[in-house]
Design a protein around this ligand. Structure first.
Ligand SMILES: Nc1ncnc2c1ncn2[C@@H]1O[C@H](COP(=O)(O)OP(=O)(O)OP(=O)(O)O)[C@@H](O)[C@H]1O
Ligand SMILES: Nc1ccn([C@H]2C[C@H](O)[C@@H](COP(=O)(O)O)O2)c(=O)n1
Ligand SMILES: [Mg+2]
Length: 231
């Protein structure tokens, strides 16, 4: 398996900070404007990792499918891996199912192990890791186990009302696509995901994308981020 020996430095020249209020606390978010020279050049000797963040229904999975098609990434959805684990009847299945039903986060050790297995069994070196990390605990567990950081972090920024509407219309039979679980997932997202977003923003890796609009309109905002990569 590949392991990154030295991390690539990310130098971003244009950024601005915005203050916002979340749960009674004031946070500062660094908004970074990307240009073609600002993502590291991938090489087949080490993985090129993109984390895909955003609230429930913000369109992560939908945009990942477009990125896969255009840029040849392997899509690893943490939620899909956990659902597959439930369906396989594994030892962890019932704990994962009740955690997902309650809108909570599965212990990082379980999720990171599933992601690691998936990465190791792939011939590709470009990975889109969707819905991960959901918390600082997730993030630290990934770094410790996999031994590397993401090269790029996408954050699909979507108003709550729009996310709720999309999830309730999704119609894929997911146990967590009901109003009670969505409320809980949004609360957990607010509580645990913002520190992760803030962390990558400060490290100059975050690409915040306004996730309102048609699927194609949003993808046109994503495309330039990966333009330096060939398929
Ligand atoms: N830009 C968009 N406009 C309208 N509907 C959208 C858009 N993008 C995605 N959708 C729809 O919204 C629903 C949620 O999208 P998707 O599954 O991609 O979100 P997600 O961020 O992966 O959510 P989750 O975290 O719950 O897995 C889907 O039914 C999808 O078809
Ligand atoms: N890092 C993760 C990702 C997902 N889960 C659980 C909790 C989520 O509500 C559920 C569905 O994920 P999604 O398909 O919406 O990305 O899976 C988790 O515990 N940890
Ligand atoms: Mg999804």
């Amino acid at each position: 398996m590949w392991r990154r020996v030295a991390s690539v430095s990310h130098l971003f020249s244009h950024s601005k900070s915005t203050k916002f209020n979340q749960g009674g606390s004031t946070f500062k978010i660094w908004e970074t404007f990307t240009s073609e020279s600002e993502i590291p050049t991938p090489s087949k000797g080490s993985p090129f990792i993109t984390f895909v963040l955003g609230g429930p229904g913000s369109g992560k999975g939908t945009q990942c499918a477009k990125i896969v098609e255009a840029f040849g990434f392997t899509h690893i959805s943490a939620g899909d891996l956990l659902r597959r684990e439930i369906a396989s009847g594994s030892a962890y299945g019932s704990v994962i199912l009740s955690t997902i039903r309650e809108g909570k986060i599965v212990p990082s050790q379980v999720t990171v192990q599933l992601i690691q297995k998936e990465m190791e069994s792939s011939d590709n070196y470009k990975f889109l890791i969707d819905g991960f990390p959901r918390s600082e605990e997730n993030r630290k567990a990934f770094e410790q186990t996999i031994g590397t950081e993401p090269d790029v972090v996408l954050f699909f920024d979507c108003p709550e009302q729009e996310m709720v509407k999309r999830v309730l219309n999704r119609n894929q039979g997911r146990v967590d696509d009901n109003i009670d679980t969505i409320k809980k997932r949004l609360e957990i997202f607010d509580e645990l995901n913002w520190p992760v977003i803030n962390y990558y923003s400060q490290r100059g890796k975050l690409h915040k994308i306004n996730a309102v609009g048609t699927v194609d309109e949003i993808f046109e905002k994503v495309r330039p981020i990966f333009a330096p990569l060939s398929k």
